[in-house]
Design a protein around this ligand. Structure first.
Ligand SMILES: N[C@@H](CCC(=O)N[C@@H](CS)C(=O)NCC(=O)O)C(=O)O
Length: 212
């Protein structure tokens, strides 16, 4: 059955791989599933045809026959549950990998997004510069905890899993801030993710659309 995902026709990051279709592409590449892409303008994302697929008018969406999904955590979990390679067979290890997926989107991504918003959109506000250190502090606090858990491990819990795919995707957004490099084990962890052939294919596919 053909899988179709949606993505920006022109990503605001110009192809740095930060748009969230990249993590879905990465998951599909890891499990060897081909997919088609529907490219959307910002205006088209808010039109009824796309809102019928995504209640918040965002990308990515995932269509597979009658199934329509939104939210990258749910999409990557769906892919990981249906194909070998992204979740361990052992029930406990599988549950822990899913916990890391939730940790990525629910505990680590929110302060990172807050920082992105503070740096890009709120700096000119009267309170922008004063708030920035607070936001950066919350990011550093989270990374310190994550770094302490990872230690010198290759991945978060044994072999590479969907939990690592989501966590590395979330952390990638921090690179421009320089904060990721303050935690060498996390910077190396993200680099290991980026070195995976499946990530490279996913990155190249989105770059081909967004470069230039
Ligand atoms: N929690 C959602 C976030 C989706 C999201 O924020 N998508 C961005 C692109 S990476 C988007 O569509 N932004 C445009 C908008 O919100 O209007 C997920 O993980 O899928």
């Amino acid at each position: 059955m053909t899988i179709t995902i949606s993505a920006f026709e022109k990503s605001p990051d110009g192809g740095k791989g930060l748009a969230r279709d990249t993590r879905v592409r990465w998951a599909l590449e890891e499990v060897g599933e081909p997919y088609a892409v529907r490219l959307l303008s910002f205006a088209a994302m808010k039109e009824p045809a796309h809102l019928a697929l995504h209640p918040f008018g965002q990308i990515p969406t995932y269509e597979e026959g009658d199934l329509v999904l939104f939210e990258t955590g749910a999409i990557v979990l769906h892919i990981a549950q249906r194909h070998a390679g992204l979740l361990p067979d052992d029930a406990g290890a599988r549950a822990r990998a899913i916990a890391w997926m939730f940790a990525a989107v629910n505990t680590v991504e929110p302060p990172i997004l807050d920082l992105v918003n503070a740096r890009l959109f709120e700096r000119e506000k009267p309170w922008g510069e004063a708030r920035l250190p607070l936001v950066e502090g919350r990011v550093r606090g989270r990374l310190k905890q994550l770094s302490a858990r990872l230690k010198d491990g290759e991945w978060l819990d044994g072999a590479f899993s969907a939990g690592d795919l989501m966590m590395a995707s979330v952390l990638l957004r921090l690179r421009a801030s320089g904060i990721l490099d303050e935690f060498p084990n996390l910077a190396a962890y993200v680099a290991r993710g980026e070195a995976r052939p499946a990530y490279k294919r996913a990155f190249a596919a989105q770059l081909a659309i967004n470069a230039g």
